[in-house]
Structure formats: structure tokens, C-alpha cells
Design a protein around this ligand. Structure first.
Ligand code: AHR
Length: 621
């Protein structure tokens, strides 16, 4: 008996010693882990009842785990904007270094996001906020997703037409509205296809199933169901099984893993799905770059959506691998076709590309095309024969690229578009577009004008347009017109192309002055170089640029700032040419097997004359 007691005592003693040692080492290792934490990131999630958001948080956790120096604090607003505002306030009190927020409601969350942005960087995910008071927005293009679903529906129904049911997420959400509008934009072109019913299933599988069962009771012919999420699509499938019916089902989300859209396509539950990445992973990657003060952080990142069908689902399930290129440690070779050297902007852009390539140790074949599309096409073909690893180019005009881009695709060389977009915008022909939002630049110029011109009085405007058929000329014209068209006193009395050069800008202005003389109140120039040409013409005409005639232009070059300091230019809307670092970063990522966003939009500001003296010393182009 005594021996047994002694033994029990010994076991107890050993247990206590073990527990104490374990506790000590655990505390030490926790302390060590805490010591490594440099940055606290707050994640304010709108709700966790949508499976998509659960995946978003999971991606954030997985990506954050790759960085020992960051710690994440999550909050869940449970679909309440009031709660989300409080969540953000608390995160700020806890001293987070950066906020990632996926807003419950864009308008209601705008003020607190703006407040947070005064103190720390803010990344907005999925639903945007109003204005520009945030560091970076990351999200999908829901309208484009809807359009792609529409095209696929038409493809499935071919010429025979048929009945379609649309299953939507909650009413009033911008993502739901955009997906639906995109879908209808396409289906309107097919009179034989009828959307007979719309079900609102609030992202819930069971609700989709219940409502679909009721619908199948009364609707004898359903050919295709488009569900705004794979989860609701699964509900539609269950309803079909329960009612012994058969139709094609298309979903959205395309998650990997158990129960995800890819598995559902593979199993034949869904005919197809369109990926809608959450941006969780990218948010952490950019957060790390922002916290490390990396250069060239964009303002907007639009994620790529991919069509997944039974034909390609197996390829999509394979793990992503880096290119052989990277394995062989050979230098990456980039073929870049620059459209010309027409402006200060362009020269700065070329310099930025060359310097960034050198810094990233990327071999660069650089060819300039003198603003001639044919020369750019020849350059791209030359790069293909040289078997470069990547081709990038700034297209002089929007149209006419499909054939040569198909040739690049056939030869397996990825293409990145820089600065100017192409039409038709077939994003299967390129990996990513990196550039500015030209339409927004036009809107910004117009907004500045509205705020700075005599209200109620007629305002006569001369527009110096960029190269005919080029993306910046088209978009800046449309963006400007979109804003001023709401005010009848603003009239564009003369508009002509000046090809983005100072010499032609001057010529166009001379002609406008010859026709309208003193009757011109405002010049809107699509770039600074043309505005500088206009300034010369106005002075030669005997008027005072910046005083007798207000001038607003786009780019933000050093020369434009000098003109503002001299009082001759009133405002310049920034369009950054410093895209080299972002391009090289994208290329390195691509070569390492990373999926690129479909659009990366640069961060830019507006500089009225009054701010010129502050900013001038920092202008680098
Ligand atoms: O594509 C960008 C435009 O091209 C710039 O605004 C203009 O200056 C340049 O020539």
C-alpha cells in the first residue's frame, strides 16, 4: 500500500514538473512570437454568413501566416453598418497599423473609412466606398462577370433559345445589380432567350433550393439557371434532383477545395462557374508592401475572373507552378513596344520602364514606334521571333490588336498592356492592364472646372484632344462630357486633335482663336504638352493664359507645374507615367507563376494652381 502511494506521489510530482516546464516554454515561445510581430492589421468584415466572406478571411489567414511579423485582428459586423463603424473605431483604438475593410454598405461606411485613412493606410475590399479617401481598392468586375455568364448562357442555348432562371443575392447590393445588368446586357441581344423568373435567395443554398422547388412546380420549361453564387447554384441542383428535372446550372465564385465551385463542375453538378476571387490574399500581399513603404502601390486592383467548365476544370485543379524560366535562373527577357516620344509624359514613361528593368535585372528589348500602329505590330512580331519571355506594350490606338495578340498567345508568350487600353477588350489576350483611369481623369478636370468657374454664366470651352482613336483621347473626352453635360451653360464650342504634342496643341489653339477670338473662356487639354502649346498661342494672340482664359489639362508634368507657378495654367490632373516598377513587379510575379489582376489602376491626384508651389519640388517628370 505504502509503495503504491509513493509511486502515485512520484507520478504526480513528474506531472507537475512537466506541466510547469511546458507552461514555461509555451510562454517563452509565445513571447518570442509576439516579439517578432511588427505590424498589427485590423480586418473589418461585413458579415460571416456569406460563404464567400468566410473564404476571404481564410485566405487572409493563410497569406498572413507567410509573414511572421504581422498579426491580424478580425471583426465581424454581422451585416450591420453601425456595428462595423464601431468595429473600426475599436480597431483604431487598439492601434492597428493598417485596416482592411470589406464594407457592409458603401455610403454608410464612407465617413469612418475616410477617418481611418487620416491615420493609417486602408485597403477596401469588394464593395467600394465613395470618393478617394482610402489607400487601395481591390475587387472583382461584377458587370464583366455577368456579361461572361450571359455569353456562356447564349452559347449553351445556341440558336434554339430557351428559358432562363436567375437566382440573385440580396436585393440592393451593388455586386448583385452589376452581375445582373451585365447578364441582361448580353441576353438582350438574343430574342429567343427569355429570363422567365428571378429568385432572390440572399446567397443561401437552402433558400435557393426551396424557392426553386416552388418555381419548378409551376414552370414546366427551364433550360438554364444562372445563380449568382456556386452555393445557391448547388441549391438549384438539389431542387432539380428533388423534382426529377434536368437543366444546365451556371454559378459564380469557383472556389477550390471541398464543396467549392471547381469540385461542383468536376462532379457535373454545375455546367460551369466563373471565378470571383475574394482578394483576401492580394490584400495581405499589398498590405505588406504598403507597410514596408514599397513604391508604386496602385489605387485600384481589379481581379481576373476565369470561366471554368468541364473542359478545363482538371487543368484548373492542378497546383500553380512557376515557369521553367525561373527554375533555370536565366534572366527574364521583356520585349517592350513604346508608342513614341510625343510628350514629356511619354519620355518619363520610357525612362521609368528602362530604369525599373535595370533595377529588377530584367533584360529589356525596347522599341519605339513614332506613334505608328504598324511599327508597334512589327515590334511585337519581332519579339515573338526572338522568343522573349514577356511582351508589354502601350498601344497607340485602341483598335486593331486582336490578330497580333492572338499570334503572341499561340506562341505562348504572355502579354501585359501598359498605359493605354485596347478594344475590343478581350482579356483572354493579355495577362493584365496596368495604367490610369482616363475617364476618371476627364471627370476630375470637369469637376475642377465646375468648382472654379462662374456659376450661371455661359462657359465656352475649347477642347484640345489627344491622338485620334487613342484610349486617353476617347476616355478623357467622355469623362469630361459626362460631368459637364448636366450643366447647360457649359459648352464645348471647338474640339480638335492635337496628337498630344506641344506643336500641334499650339496649332489647334491658334485655329480656335482665329475663329472665336475673345469668345473663349476655358481650354481643356487632354495633356500638358498641348496645354503648353495653347499657352504660347494665347500669349501670341495678346490674351493672358490662366487669367483671361482658364486652362485645365492632364498629366502633371514638371513643365505644367512651372506654368502654374507662372500663373499661366490653372490646374493639372495627374496621370502618372511612372509605371515601370509596377510593370517589373507584375512580370516577376507572372514568371513565378502568380496570377495577375486583370487591371491595376495607378494612384493619382488633382493639382490646382494654388498647390503648385508645394508640389513642384517633388515632381520627378
Ligand atoms: O497615354 C497617356 C498619354 O499619352 C499622356 O497623357 C500623354 O501626355 C501621352 O502622350
Amino acid at each position: 500500500m505504502r509503495g503504491r502511494l509513493q509511486f502515485a506521489g512520484l507520478v504526480l510530482l513528474l506531472f507537475v514538473l512537466f506541466a510547469a516546464a511546458w507552461g514555461y516554454f509555451y510562454k517563452e515561445s509565445q513571447q518570442a512570437a509576439n516579439d517578432q510581430v511588427e505590424f498589427l492589421i485590423g480586418v473589418s468584415q461585413a458579415n460571416l454568413i456569406e460563404p464567400w466572406r468566410v473564404v476571404m478571411n481564410r485566405e487572409i489567414i493563410e497569406e498572413a501566416a507567410k509573414h511572421k511579423n504581422i498579426r491580424i485582428i478580425f471583426t465581424d459586423a454581422a451585416q450591420s453598418s453601425q456595428k462595423q463603424i464601431k468595429d473600426v473605431e475599436q480597431l483604431l483604438q487598439q492601434g492597428v497599423d493598417l485596416l482592411i475593410i470589406s464594407p457592409n454598405d458603401s455610403a454608410e461606411l464612407t465617413p469612418i473609412v475616410a477617418e481611418a485613412y487620416k491615420h493609417i493606410p486602408v485597403i477596401v475590399l469588394d464593395r467600394g466606398v465613395q470618393g478617394y479617401d482610402y489607400t487601395l481598392y481591390i475587387g472583382p468586375d461584377n458587370r464583366a462577370i455577368g456579361r461572361e455568364v450571359g455569353k456562356y448562357t447564349a452559347e449553351l442555348l445556341e440558336s434554339k433559345g430557351g428559358n432562363v432562371v436567375e437566382i440573385q443575392g440580396p436585393k440592393g447590393l451593388p455586386s448583385v445589380r452589376d452581375r445582373s445588368e451585365g447578364f441582361w446586357d448580353i441576353l438582350r441581344q438574343y430574342p429567343g432567350i427569355k429570363v422567365t423568373d428571378i429568385i432572390v435567395a440572399d446567397w443561401q443554398r437552402d433558400k435557393a433550393e426551396d424557392e426553386m422547388v416552388k418555381l419548378l412546380d409551376r414552370q414546366s420549361k427551364v433550360d438554364v439557371v444562372f445563380a449568382h453564387s456556386d452555393y445557391m447554384a448547388l441549391g438549384a441542383y438539389k431542387a432539380a434532383a428533388a423534382c426529377g428535372r434536368n437543366f444546365e446550372i451556371i454559378g459564380v465564385d469557383g472556389f477550390t477545395g471541398a464543396g467549392g465551385g471547381l469540385e461542383l463542375v468536376q462532379a457535373g453538378v454545375l455546367q460551369g462557374t466563373f471565378t470571383c476571387d475574394t482578394g483576401g490574399k492580394e490584400a495581405v500581399q499589398y498590405a505588406v508592401d504598403i507597410l514596408n513603404h514599397e513604391r508604386g502601390i496602385p489605387k485600384k486592383v481589379i481581379l481576373r475572373s476565369k470561366k471554368i467548365t468541364r473542359g478545363n476544370v482538371f487543368d484548373c485543379l492542378k497546383p500553380e507552378t512557376g515557369k521553367e524560366q525561373q527554375k533555370s535562373n536565366r534572366k527574364i527577357c521583356l520585349g517592350f513596344s513604346q508608342l513614341g516620344a510625343e510628350s514629356d509624359w511619354r519620355k518619363a514613361n520610357s525612362k521609368s520602364i528602362k530604369e525599373a528593368a535595370r533595377a529588377a535585372d530584367i533584360e529589356l528589348l525596347f522599341m519605339e514606334a513614332n506613334q505608328e500602329q504598324e511599327k508597334q505590330i512589327q515590334a511585337i512580331r519581332y519579339f515573338i521571333t526572338q522568343k522573349v519571355d514577356v511582351i508589354a506594350f502601350s498601344p497607340v490606338v485602341e483598335n486593331g490588336w486582336t490578330e497580333v495578340l492572338e499570334e503572341a498567345k499561340l506562341s505562348g508568350i504572355p502579354v501585359i498592356i501598359l498605359d493605354r487600353a485596347i478594344q475590343p477588350d478581350d482579356d483572354s489576350l493579355y495577362e493584365s492592364f496596368i495604367g490610369s483611369d482616363f475617364r476618371e481623369e476627364g471627370r476630375r478636370a470637369a469637376r475642377w472646372l465646375l468648382e472654379n468657374s462662374r456659376n450661371g454664366q455661359p462657359v465656352t470651352i475649347v477642347e484640345l484632344a489627344g491622338t485620334v482613336g487613342s484610349a486617353p483621347a476617347i476616355d478623357r473626352q467622355q469623362g469630361f462630357a459626362e460631368i459637364i453635360s448636366a450643366y447647360s451653360q457649359y459648352k464645348i464650342i471647338y474640339s480638335a486633335p492635337g496628337d498630344f504634342t506641344q506643336a500641334e496643341g499650339k496649332e489647334v489653339m491658334q485655329e480656335a482663336l482665329r475663329i472665336y477670338g475673345n469668345g473663349i473662356q476655358v481650354v481643356y487639354a487632354h495633356n500638358d504638352d498641348m496645354a503648353l502649346g495653347a499657352i504660347q498661342a494665347i500669349e501670341e494672340f495678346g490674351l493672358r493664359p490662366g487669367k483671361d482664359i482658364l486652362i485645365v489639362s492632364v498629366d502633371g508634368t514638371k513643365a505644367a507645374f512651372a506654368a502654374m507657378l507662372a500663373g499661366k495654367l490653372n490646374c493639372t490632373v495627374e496621370c502618372t507615367p511612372l509605371l515601370g516598377p509596377q510593370l517589373m513587379q507584375a512580370i516577376s510575379g507572372l514568371m513565378a507563376g502568380r496570377k495577375l489582376p486583370v487591371r491595376i489602376i495607378a494612384a493619382e491626384g488633382v493639382f490646382p494652381q494654388e498647390t503648385a508651389h508645394r508640389e513642384y519640388p517633388y515632381r520627378t517628370y
